[in-house]
Design a protein around this ligand. Structure first.
Ligand SMILES: Cc1ncc(COP(=O)(O)O)c(C=O)c1O
Length: 403
């Protein structure tokens, strides 16, 4: 359908919607191979941590080129465990970004440390190294950097800063499986990095995560603490070589991956190039289709970076439209295109006002970004026609609401 056929009156104001059927924000892309792998795993008798989890561990490290790490039940568990095994706790401050999912900051709280927010920069929407430097105090122990949307933040500069200030650097690589900065993989800059395999992520096991680390001894500690602190996991005890005896060496947690998740992960790892190519193709189609829209700022890729297009996040040019971003998103949904928003800044959440409420942080770039950003549907199975119709809806609204 062309722009003129769709009519110019937005559906939210009584016009005809651009799409007859709703385009969801995300559609899972697990196929017959994943289904077969899960069925085979169920038949194998290994439902929880077992041989497939160990196979997935090796395959993930091989695919990313990262030296050490352990599969877990989520990225959130990985971020928390990273802080624990690095010895971060009460009395310590951890500088992080407001432009993230809440778990990045919740884990700092759960570790007993204090989150400190520094502003983001306008190229990658990750932490601004200069603002991080300004936030460092004698109590700062670590920087927790997020690679937003699938491209690396200014992680090299953050590494330099961490070295100069003797800080630890942890990477929230939830969105960044396969991303690179200057030819180096996301996850290779920090002392530790946590990846997410949540359903919408570029590599998905439904729920799941992975914590990588530089130091081999940390890997042992992560493995130990992810399964109650027991010195040998159940999977070893119930093989022919196993025994009933184990010792609990730490007050550990229950963060292990299961073989069902690992079976999904192994297939997704094999499909990773195909899935990344599909995301990149859709992102490039959005970019070409929306180029030249003056009221829209399109996402850019940092020079030297490999963007994995976890998210496609344009911004509305401030003051260019007669409606604000919230109304624009409601109008887009009425055109049957489901948008999303990444993220509501951390300090806007009621729970987090414990840290920031009575002294709202000075975060002008984050505030500006939040007021204008929105996320368009992007997933490997999205068709060209779906991308085109989403663009048509965006253009229709920009035309109608232009000042
Ligand atoms: C930036 C970021 N960090 C951490 C997480 C948490 O990941 P998980 O759901 O695997 O715990 C997410 C999840 O969406 C995220 O977007």
């Amino acid at each position: 359908m062309s722009d003129s056929q769709a009519g110019d009156l937005p559906a939210i104001e009584g016009g005809a919607p651009v799409r007859a059927e709703r385009l969801p924000f995300f559609r899972p892309c697990h196929g017959e191979e994943e289904i077969a792998a899960v069925v085979e795993t169920l038949r194998s008798g290994w439902l929880t941590i077992g041989p497939r989890t160990h196979e997935f561990r090796a395959a993930f490290l091989d695919a990313t080129g990262l030296p050490h790490g352990w599969p877990l039940d989520s990225c959130t568990s990985g971020l928390f465990l990273a802080l624990k095994v690095l010895g971060i706790g009460p009395g310590d401050e951890v500088v992080t970004t407001p432009n993230t999912f809440v778990s990045t900051v919740n884990v700092i709280h759960h570790a007993g440390a204090t989150p400190v927010l520094a502003d983001i920069e306008e190229e990658t929407f990750g932490l601004d190294p200069e603002r991080v430097a300004a936030a460092v105090t004698p109590r700062t122990r670590a920087v927790l950097a997020v690679h937003y949307g699938g491209q690396p933040c200014r992680i090299e500069a953050l590494r330099d800063l961490a070295d100069a200030e003797r800080l630890l650097l942890v990477e929230d690589a939830a969105h960044a499986f396969g991303a690179e900065a200057g030819g180096r993989p996301a996850g290779s800059f920090g002392e530790a990095a946590a990846f997410s395999f949540y359903v919408t992520k570029n590599l998905s096991t439904g729920e799941g995560g992975f914590l990588t680390c530089r130091d081999e001894s940390l890997e042992e500690e992560i493995a130990l603490q992810s399964l109650h602190g027991m010195d040998q996991g159940a999977w070893k005890r119930y093989t022919d070589r196993g025994s009933w005896y184990y010792e609990v060496k730490r007050f550990g947690y229950k963060f292990n991956m299961t073989d069902v998740q690992a079976a999904l992960g192994l297939v997704q790892l094999r499909r990773a190039p195909e899935l990344l190519a599909a995301r990149t193709r859709a992102a490039e189609r959005y970019l070409a289709n929306l180029a030249g829209e003056e009221a829209l700022l399109l996402p850019a890729t940092r020079p030297g970076a490999r963007h994995t297009w976890h998210l496609f996040v344009p911004r509305l040019l401030a003051g260019a439209l007669r409606v604000d971003r919230d109304r624009f998103l409601a109008a887009l949904a009425a055109e049957n295109v489901s948008p999303s928003l990444h993220f509501i800044p951390i300090h806007h959440h009621p729970a987090h006002r414990e840290y920031f409420g009575d002294r709202p942080p000075d975060l002008p770039v984050s505030e500006r970004f939040f007021k204008t950003c929105f996320s368009l549907p992007l997933f490997p199975g999205i068709t060209d026609a779906e991308v085109d119709s989403a663009c048509e809806a965006v253009r229709k609204l920009l035309r109608h609401y232009r000042r």
